[in-house]
Design a protein around this ligand. Structure first.
Ligand SMILES: Cc1cc2nc3c(=O)[nH]c(=O)nc-3n(C[C@H](O)[C@H](O)[C@H](O)COP(=O)(O)OP(=O)(O)OC[C@H]3O[C@@H](n4cnc5c(N)ncnc54)[C@H](O)[C@@H]3O)c2cc1C
Length: 441
């Protein structure tokens, strides 16, 4: 028999796990697996806040694709178009002309991007918190703002530098805010010029609660903890404008800030617009519980999807409800999907994906956290410990687990690193200046 070609679009939580399982289960006579992603690594997003706070080396919160996917063909590039009618994907490699790759089965897993609103100044001054680059940038930027504030005698410049705004109170926003504040508070020990009360950490959340993934009382506990740390929590408030870094809120308040982090939700990858797959009103690919793409009541043969870009019915909830965009679902869906692709290739029936959302764990800084898992509620140190052990068990590969564990142990004994490496963002600046041709006289 001719081997089937399986094309995996995106090597994140879904793509990496699906490719791993497919390449383990299927022999080379049965299938070849091609994985396309513009990044050379999978990013374990739940570790981004800890990477930004310096508890984990950023390199250890990503998983190198070529090292893990040795039995797959890895293509460094972006899928720019899929014509499922002719079973062809167009790939733009990181260099060179576009390539066309034919396939028998496609796994659509490009995930999501930040869901923004047309707010004046946001495009110019905001930054998201979804990629390792954004996490590294934010860490360097926050530490640099401390240097700016310590170096200036201008109170307005200092106030602006030390005002940090996070928009959106889901787990990404809350963890990023709490971890960054914790890191900055620790760093201030080395800045005798600055006091903790000089810093202003603002959370802007449009609804009346944070962490919608856990019960209200746990959200309320989280707000109380952040308030105890003197953070400025604005519930029921929207960001109206941030032109030139002047933040204007819907409650009428206005102040300046050089740090505006947008963590107010996600939307499916815009790449899906260049495909012929059926989508629902939130623009996710419509799926059956088997993770097969479905158009009305017709299964789209050979097309599979899961994760943030897919609308997968949640069989543990009333009809009409879909699985939430979370790593918890993405990883399990990937494994179910891979098993189903193997089943279909071998002439068997696919099986429905069913997983009751276990709950959420969130870190609120070193030794602080909030967790609700299978109905059990935890706060403080136990919740934080739960957060670490859970994610340690989830990050792919023994290699990464060991590296993360070593990072945590080193940070425990030596304290975390609080130096800004802002030069990383413009490494050629010094050389360009040194190699400037002398001006003609
Ligand atoms: C800060 C943060 C913290 C989080 N914490 C938690 C948590 O504690 N618990 C939890 O359950 N969930 C958490 N999540 C959510 C979770 O990480 C996502 O739901 C999960 O990553 C979705 O998996 P995915 O495979 O759909 O997308 P991703 O993991 O984002 O992977 C998408 C991949 O597709 C690639 N790609 C994009 N476009 C293309 C293209 N055109 N061609 C080829 N490849 C492409 C990307 O480079 C990426 O590698 C968190 C998210 C963030 C941002």
């Amino acid at each position: 028999m001719t081997p089937k070609r399986i094309l995996v679009v995106g090597a994140g939580h879904v793509g990496l796990y699906a490719a791993l399982r497919l390449s383990k289960k299927l022999s080379s006579r049965e299938a070849e697996v091609i994985v396309v992603d513009p990044q050379p690594h999978m990013t374990y997003q739940p570790f981004l806040p800890e990477a930004a706070a310096g508890n984990i080396s950023p390199r250890h919160s990503v998983v190198p694709l070529r090292r893990e996917l040795r039995r797959c063909t890895v293509v460094a590039g972006a899928v720019t178009r899929i014509d499922h009618g002719s079973r062809t994907a167009t790939v733009q490699p990181i260099i060179g002309p576009p390539r066309h790759i034919g396939y028998d089965h496609v796994v659509i897993a490009p995930g999501s991007v930040s869901r923004t609103l047309p707010i004046a100044g946001l495009h110019e001054h905001g930054i998201g918190f979804k990629t390792i680059g954004e996490a590294i940038y934010l860490r360097n930027h926050v530490l640099e703002q401390l240097d700016v504030a310590a170096a200036t005698t201008d109170t307005e410049v200092r106030r602006r530098a030390l005002t940090f705004v996070f928009v959106g109170g889901g787990y990404a926003g809350i963890e990023a805010l709490a971890e960054m504040e914790d890191m900055a508070r620790h760093a201030l020990k080395y800045y005798p010029e600055l006091k903790t009360s000089d810093m202003r950490w603002v959370l802007v959340e449009a609804t009346q609660r944070v962490l919608p993934e856990v019960d209200r009382d746990m959200g309320a506990y989280t707000v109380q903890q952040l308030l105890k740390r003197d953070m400025d929590i604005r519930l029921g408030t929207r960001l109206e404008s941030c032109v030139d870094g002047v933040v204007e809120l819907s409650d009428g308040d206005s102040f300046s800030s050089d740090t505006i982090v947008w963590t107010a939700g996600v939307k499916p990858s815009p790449m899906l617009d260049a495909t012929d797959f059926p989508r629902e009103e939130r623009r996710r690919v419509t799926c059956l519980p088997t993770l097969q793409v479905v158009d009305g009541d017709r299964v789209v043969e050979g097309a599979w999807s899961a994760g943030d870009c897919a609308a997968v019915p949640d069989l543990t909830k009333p009809p009409g409800e879909y699985c939430s965009p979370s790593a918890q679902h993405a990883v399990r869906q990937a494994q179910r999907m891979a098993e189903n692709i193997v089943a279909v290739i071998r002439g068997r029936e696919p099986v429905d994906y069913r997983h009751k959302h276990a709950g959420s764990v969130a870190s609120l800084g070193l030794h602080k956290g909030v967790a609700q898992v299978y109905g059990v509620k935890m706060t403080g140190w136990p919740a934080w410990f739960m957060h670490r052990t859970y994610h340690m068990s989830r990050i792919p590969s023994i290699n990464r687990k060991v590296r993360v564990l070593v990072d945590w142990t080193l940070a425990f004994f030596l304290k975390r690193e609080v130096v800004a490496l802002g030069q990383l963002h413009d490494p050629r600046e010094e050389f360009a200046e040194a190699s400037q041709p002398p001006a003609k006289v």
